[in-house]
Ligand binder design. Structure first.
Ligand code: TXA
Ligand code: MG
Length: 378
């Protein structure tokens, strides 16, 4: 007779019991951090909070541990990972011959949400960088993240802790929704303070270039360097028409911004999609929306939405509406709101894009990747 308790051999090979380690965000319990650190040293996977989003971590020097990240996320092997360090010395050990700008920016912006891309050292497994000769490095500001890296004693490769192409996690619950049973542990340090991923800055060319906009702006970097850098170039709608669409999101080919997309594959189109069908629209066009079914409306920016809606004589209204008026608050709540909308059995999510202004660059970028353009019915 078979025993009712499942033995190891009954379990699917990728099925694990994910431990949930609840820690204080600012003063994490050392015993729990040690437990997580020993999982990392053994080649396991631990999700942890950072000030931006939760990361899914593994020892960046161990190619098998790194391969397990790609496996658990279902991440295509061509999309490189960010390496997290706990101090500057560890950062220098991840890169080879860092340019002068690296040495200038790291101490100024770290710990914090700026990721620097430079030449990769031998300490970092090649699959971290998906075969590129470069590596992306950052020192997170979150105390849990820092303690985990420090106690592990190794740099930790960590993409956002979501399944590939899904909404980034800003709480441990979001992580478990996607990865429960696929990873060894999650350190639950509460919600992330910033809510959008770090700024990614490429330092391998003649001029530093922002590959992904985030909490640290081009202007802040320029103020430190004293010269102009290449700011992020958003997708514009005319270029967007040129995207080759396919049902399989991973096959979306970004033909509009070839060089950046190739340097940083994670910046390709539709990348952070909720499960619910999601579309986006500029505020001025909100009057064209047909409210069929249960629509969740997410308004980004301080637009006169009520006025714009009143001008149309539509009776139907959205089933749920969330307004995020200020760019910092909107960044913090953006992914969380998409996760919440996904729980509401909506027929559609409509995102009203924020103004096309600097302070909204990161949120506008993430909104453009979470949703396709709204097709106005004629
Ligand atoms: O805030 C963050 O950066 C979070 C937390 C966990 O630190 N991490 C994160 O990782 O957003 P992920 O994997 O979701 O995004 C990594 C981004 C992608 O756009 C990827 O293409 C880019 O960084 N990247 C990584 N390594 C790179 C490299 N060597 N060269 C250029 N871009 C790179
Ligand atoms: Mg991600």
């Amino acid at each position: 007779m078979r025993s009712p308790t499942r033995t190891r051999s009954d379990m699917k090979t990728n099925e694990k019991v994910t431990r949930i380690l609840i820690v204080d965000r600012d003063r994490p319990d050392a015993a729990l951090i040690d437990c997580a650190a020993s999982i990392i040293r053994r080649g396991g996977l631990v999700a942890f909070p950072t000030e931006t989003v939760y990361g899914l971590g593994a020892n960046a020097s161990d190619p098998r541990a790194v391969a397990a990240i790609f496996e658990a996320k279902g991440r295509p092997s061509y999309n490189p990972l960010i390496v997290h360090v706990s101090d500057l010395e560890m950062a220098w050990s991840c890169v080879s011959n860092p340019p002068a700008v690296f040495e200038r920016l790291a101490p100024r912006f770290w710990p914090g949400p700026l990721t620097l891309v430079a030449s990769r050292s031998d300490r970092i497994a090649a699959n971290v960088s998906a075969g590129l000769a470069t590596v992306a490095v950052r020192m997170p500001a979150n105390a849990v993240a820092r303690a985990l890296v420090e106690h592990s004693g190794v740099p930790i490769a960590a993409p956002s802790a979501n399944r590939s192409n899904r909404v980034s996690p800003t709480t441990a619950e979001h992580v478990l929704k996607d990865l429960n049973g696929l990873i060894d542990a999650v350190l639950d340090g509460g919600p992330c303070a910033l809510g959008v991923e770090s700024t990614v800055l490429d330092l391998t060319g003649s001029i530093p270039a922002i590959l992904r906009p985030g909490p640290i702006s081009a202007q802040a970097i320029e103020a430190e360097l004293g010269f102009a850098i290449r700011d992020f170039e958003p997708l514009d709608s005319s270029r967007e028409q040129a995207f080759k669409k396919s049902d399989h999101q991973e096959q979306l080919i970004d033909v509009g911004r070839g060089d950046i997309a190739m340097k940083s594959p994670g910046t390709s189109a539709v990348h952070y999609a909720p499960r619910t069908r999601a579309t986006r629209i500029e505020a001025e066009r909100i009057g064209s929306i047909e409210w069929t079914g249960r629509v969740g409306l997410l308004v980004l920016g301080d637009h006169p939405i009520d006025l714009l809606l009143e001008r149309t004589d539509r009776r139907e209204v959205p089933a749920v509406r969330i307004d995020l008026r200020d760019p910092v608050a909107a960044a913090e709540a953006f992914y969380r709101t998409l996760h919440e909308f996904d729980e509401l059995a909506l027929d559609e999510i409509v995102i009203v894009l924020p103004p096309d202004r600097r302070e909204w660059l990161a949120v506008r970028d993430r909104a453009s990747r979470a949703a396709r353009p709204y097709q106005i019915k004629t």
